[in-house]
Design a protein around this ligand. Structure first.
Ligand code: KG4
Ligand code: ZN
Length: 338
């Protein structure tokens, strides 16, 4: 089964052709990072316009890179939630148009389920059930994946997502957008124990987390130093901040693994590219004899290959959409499209 998948939930216009959920025949990503960087964050209106301008060429390139015509594709798939509504709508309407024109069935895909499926592309042997730490720019979840299309949230952030926490602190420290990857890079030269920062815990809910207080603590450290005319060691602050976030994420994942008796741990989403998170997950999983799966670095961020992978399993489960499909800016991962 060959699926043409479309992704446009944020600031990447992407298309890919995926065979049987596991093989990438092509994957094209047109990123808008440089343009949004001028404003220090994603400008939704610009994102929608760029998607509209680029989506046809991106989809055509995905088909030509795969050496296929649209007629040779079996199904169409599209990210329909969650994300920026204007951005999602471009992909959803484009995919609906292709479906109407070709008569091919349409598979709606939840963006976070796609991030999890990136691991099926990186690890051909990986199969559910497993426990997954999903960490992106908009979400931080600990999720039980009992089957390819069965998800249950065990823990989540009460406020900022991990990626958002990285980006906001990086911005306050004067690092370029998107901050996460730069904070990760600068951390490598710093001492993770130099600053004592608050832990992102939520009283009474050991698997939930809260990052907004941590981010505020960093902003206060920077402001106080500025007012006193003191120099802050930015690599030390980056390293300390990253260390607290990574420990919060990994501690909760390990606790959930112990409580649920999971043997396989999976990481997913843009933040799963973080070097500190990958190293800590590896160390803690090894200590507990748990099997760890993380996506290849190029599959951590937004792409359409992961959408095509999840779409394959959605199709096997008969989860198609008709032309009444609408995009949704928010949608829990344990919900299905109507
Ligand atoms: O999954 P993703 O590409 O888009 C969303 O679905 O949100 O995640 C983007 C997030 C951004 O916040 C970005 O800064 C963060 O992932 N990110 C990182 C790293 N690479 C990307 N955060 C920390 N360390 C990294 N190396
Ligand atoms: Zn994403």
């Amino acid at each position: 089964m060959r699926i043409l998948a479309i992704e446009s939930s944020c600031d990447e216009t992407a298309a890919a052709v995926i065979e049987d959920g596991r093989k990438i025949l092509s994957s094209v990503i047109n990123t808008q990072v440089a343009e949004h960087g001028l404003y220090g964050g994603v400008v939704p209106e610009i994102a929608s316009r760029r998607h509209t301008e680029n989506i046809v060429a991106v989809a055509e390139k995905a088909l030509s890179d795969a050496g296929m015509t649209l007629e040779e594709v079996d199904y169409l798939a599209v990210t329909a939630a969650p994300g920026l509504i204007g951005a999602l709508l471009v992909g959803v309407n484009f995919a609906k148009g292709l479906s109407l024109a070709t008569g091919k069935k349409l598979i709606p895909v939840h963006h976070l389920k796609g991030h999890i499926a990136a691991n099926y592309l990186s690890h051909p042997e990986l199969e559910p059930p497993f426990l997954c730490l999903v960490v992106s720019g908009g979400h931080s979840h600990i999720v039980e994946v009992s089957d390819y299309t069965k998800f249950r949230i065990l823990g989540k952030t009460r406020d900022d997502a991990a990626g958002e926490a990285f980006d906001k602190a990086a911005r306050a420290m004067g690092l370029p957008y998107p901050g996460g990857v730069h904070l990760d890079r600068v951390s490598k030269e710093g001492n993770p124990k130099a600053f004592k920062l608050p832990k992102p815990k939520v009283e009474g809910c050991p698997l939930d987390m809260s990052f907004s207080g941590l981010k505020t603590a960093v902003v206060n450290i920077l402001h106080n130093a500025e007012q006193r005319g003191e120099e802050i060691n930015i690599p030390d602050l980056c390293a300390s901040y990253q260390d607290v976030i990574c420990h919060a994420l990994v501690d909760r994942t390990m606790l959930a693994a112990k409580e649920g008796g999971y043997k396989k741990i999976v990481a997913a989403g843009g933040v799963s590219a973080n070097s500190g998170l990958r190293a800590l997950l590896e160390r803690e999983c090894k200590r507990r004899h748990l099997e760890l799966f993380v996506p290849d670095l190029e599959l951590c961020g937004d792409n359409a290959a992961m959408i095509g992978s999840q779409a394959y399993y959605e199709a096997l489960a008969g989860k198609f959409a008709d032309l009444t499909l609408n995009a949704r800016p928010t949608m829990p991962i344990d919900e299905d499209f109507e």
